[in-house]
Design a protein around this ligand. Structure first.
Ligand SMILES: [Zn+2]
Length: 239
């Protein structure tokens, strides 16, 4: 099992770990700051710094077991590095954009009273597919509300609930037919805003920034028609 340091602190850029297994170009560690692809967010890139060389991590994915994180490096590696200490460095510029972009997706979701049928978080823009009555979507109003939410600087934080209490919180799920990931019998809820001013609360195990102001200026791009009730809403950073 790998300790998921990005769950405790999504702002960790570097850490130390130990290599626990190597197979071809896949390395497992006892702890990691590399976020594995999931929930529409791409896996992290970065570097593993060993005693005598530096390995480029070109992708990070979940394994089959709970908490199993697979670091994909360039080229095949032999098992001699097992048990070695390794320095971890994620490509922070890329990850931080993904954190801001991922957080912006929650802002968008808060404005659309509909189920999500798909999502893809990118570095400059993202898209979310909704099962929605198109007549309820007003791009100008949504852009106005997005500007307000960003400038009001609402906190973004994680609440962890016990997996045993899932039924109680089930109503928060906006994903169509998707159950939230349960890790160590815990489920994460990401919340934007607090007290009487909660903007959004949704199951999510991705990485987010700490406040809506950190997301920066945003705007809705194209709203694409993907079927009678299926609309793909694009969101991107604006200047
Ligand atoms: Zn999220």
């Amino acid at each position: 099992m790998t300790e998921l340091l990005f769950n405790e602190d999504s702002y960790l850029k570097e850490a130390e770990a130990k290599v626990i297994s190597v197979k071809d170009n896949i390395i497992k560690l006892n702890r990691t700051i590399f976020y594995p692809e999931g929930g529409g967010q791409p896996g992290d890139n970065g570097k593993l710094v060993l005693k005598d060389r530096v390995l480029n991590v070109i992708d990070t994915k979940k394994g089959e077991q709970e908490n199993e994180i697979l670091h994909y490096v360039e080229g095949n590696i032999d098992e001699s590095i097992i048990n070695q200490e390794v320095g971890l460095k994620i490509d922070w510029d890329r990850r931080y954009k993904l954190m801001r972009m991922h957080s912006s997706c929650h802002v968008l979701v808060s404005l659309v009273p509909a189920l999500i049928t798909g999502a893809s978080v990118g570095i400059e823009k993202s898209r979310i597919d909704f099962d929605v009555d198109p007549s309820t979507l007003n791009k100008e109003e949504m852009n106005q509300r997005i500007r307000e939410i960003v400038s009001e600087d609402h906190p973004i934080f994680i609440n962890q609930i016990s997996g045993d209490n899932y039924e109680e919180y089930k109503h928060l799920s906006k994903g169509a037919a998707v159950s939230p990931p349960v890790i160590n019998n815990k489920i994460q809820i990401v919340q934007i805003g607090e007290d009487n001013n909660i903007i959004d609360a949704e199951f999510c195990s991705g990485t987010h920034c700490k406040s809506t102001k950190e997301i920066g200026p945003l705007e809705i791009g194209k709203i694409e028609n993907k079927g009678k009730r299926n609309r793909r809403i694009n969101i991107r950073f604006s200047s």
